[in-house]
Design a binder for this molecule. Structure first.
Ligand code: COA
Length: 335
C-alpha cells in the first residue's frame, strides 16, 4: 500500500464581481442582511457570452495545479471532476477536461456530491493511489451557479449565497506513510435529499419549455433550500467529522495549523471555530469575497491558503464539508 499527497494546487475565478449592492438593485435584499446572515460581501458570476463554463474554469485551475506540481498533463492517470453544475446533463464534465488537456484515453469520472464533492473526490483519489492502480490523479471542483439561480426576490434566500469558480489539485503516490492524506471519512443521509436540492429536470420530468408547459409558478427548476434546517445539520455534522479526523490522527485542536471548512456560510465556520476553541489564524475563510462555490470552495480556499504561505511542509490540515444529500466528510492531511 502506498500513501497519497498533494503536489500542485490551482484556482480560477471569473473576473466579474457581483457585490451585495449590485443584488440590491435586482431583488428585495440588503447588504446588511446578507453580511449579517452569511458573511458574504461579493461573489463572482460568469458574464453571459463569456467563454467560461464549468469545465473551462476547471481546465484553467487544472493547468495551474499541473504546472505547479512539476509533472506534465500527460502523466495524469485519472481525472476526478466534482460538480453539481456539469456542462451537460450527460456526459459529465471530466471527459471534457480529458479532451481539453489532451491526455489520451485518461479515465475521467464526475463526482456528484455537491458541497461535499471535493472531499469525496479526494478520498476517491486517495484510494486509487493507495492501491497502486493510479499514480497521479487530477482532482477538480468547479461550479457555474449563476446561470441557474433565480435572480429575483422569490429566489433571494439562495441566489445571494452562491458564486462561480474552480479549484484543482494534483495528487500523487508517496512512500511516506506519516505524511500526505492520513485519514478520510465520508457520510450521507438521503432522507434529507429534498431539503437542499434542484428537482427538475429529471428523468420523469424534462424541461417544461421543451414540453410546452411554461408555468411561471414552477420553481422546481431552481435550487431549493430549507436554510435553517440545513444550518442546524451543518454545524453538527461539521463538528462530528472534524472530531473524527482529530481522533484518527491523534491531534488536539491546538495542533491544527489550518482548518479549511467548505465555505457554506461564515456563521457556520465561526460556530465550528468556537466549538473547537480555534484561533482565527487556524481557520481559513474566503466566503466573504467568493460566496459559496459548492464543490469548488475547498480547493479554491486550499489553494489560497497555500499561496499565502499558511500551509507549508509538515502543516496539519483538516478539510471538512457538509451539503446537499445530505452529504458530509473530512480529510486530514500532514503536508
Ligand atoms: C439561508 C440563510 C442565510 C437564511 O438565514 P435565516 O436566518 O435562516 O433566515 P430565514 O430563512 O429564516 O429568513 C428570515 C427572513 O429573511 C428573509 N430573507 C431570505 N433571504 C433574504 C435575502 N437575501 N435578503 C433579505 N431577506 C431575506 C426571509 O424571507 C425571511 O423573512 P420573513 O421573516 O419575513 O419570513 C441561513 O439559513 C443559512 O445560511 N443556512 C445554511 C445555508 C447553507 O449553508 N447552505 C449551503 C449548505 S452547503
Amino acid at each position: 500500500m502506498y500513501n497519497s499527497k498533494i503536489i500542485g494546487l490551482g484556482k480560477y475565478l471569473p473576473d466579474n464581481i457581483v457585490s451585495n449592492a449590485d443584488l440590491e438593485k435586482i431583488m428585495d435584499t440588503t447588504d446588511a442582511w446578507i453580511q449579517e446572515r452569511t458573511g458574504i460581501r461579493e461573489r463572482r458570476h460568469i458574464v453571459k457570452g463569456s467563454d467560461d463554463t464549468t469545465f473551462t474554469m476547471g481546465v484553467k485551475a487544472s493547468k495551474i495545479a499541473i504546472e505547479r506540481s512539476g509533472i506534465t498533463s500527460k502523466e495524469i492517470d485519472l481525472i476526478l471532476f466534482a460538480t453539481l453544475s456539469p456542462d451537460y446533463y450527460f456526459p459529465g464534465s471530466g471527459v471534457l477536461v480529458q479532451d481539453a488537456l489532451d491526455i489520451p484515453d485518461c479515465p475521467a469520472m464526475d463526482i456528484r456530491m455537491q458541497c461535499s464533492g471535493f472531499i469525496y473526490a479526494v478520498a476517491t483519489a486517495d484510494q486509487f493511489i493507495k492501491t497502486g492502480m493510479y499514480k497521479n490523479v487530477l482532482v477538480i471542483g468547479s461550479e457555474y451557479h449563476s446561470g441557474g439561480l433565480e435572480m429575483n426576490t422569490r429566489g433571494r434566500n439562495i441566489s445571494v449565497i452562491f458564486g462561480d469558480g474552480a479549484g484543482a489539485i494534483v495528487m500523487t503516490r508517496s512512500e511516506n506513510k506519516n505524511k500526505g492524506i492520513l485519514h478520510s471519512q465520508l457520510h450521507s443521509e438521503g432522507k434529507y435529499a429534498e431539503e437542499l436540492s434542484l428537482i427538475g429536470p429529471n428523468t420523469r420530468r424534462w424541461v417544461p419549455e421543451i414540453l410546452g408547459e411554461n408555468d411561471p409558478d414552477d420553481v422546481s427548476y431552481f435550487p431549493h433550500m430549507n436554510g435553517q434546517f440545513v444550518f442546524k445539520n451543518a454545524v453538527i455534522r461539521f463538528s462530528e467529522v472534524i472530531y473524527a479526523g482529530l481522533k484518527k490522527t491523534g491531534w488536539q485542536p491546538s495542533d491544527i495549523d489550518m482548518l479549511i471548512p467548505h465555505q457554506a456560510n461564515l456563521r457556520i465556520s465561526q460556530f465550528v471555530q468556537k466549538k473547537f476553541g480555534l484561533r482565527d489564524d487556524q481557520v481559513f475563510n474566503n466566503i466573504q469575497v467568493y460566496g459559496n462555490t459548492t464543490a469548488a470552495s475547498i480547493p479554491i480556499a486550499l489553494t489560497e491558503a497555500w499561496e499565502e504561505g499558511k500551509i507549508k511542509e509538515d502543516s496539519k490540515v483538516i478539510l471538512a464539508a457538509f451539503g446537499s444529500g445530505f452529504t458530509w466528510g473530512s480529510i486530514s492531511i500532514k503536508w
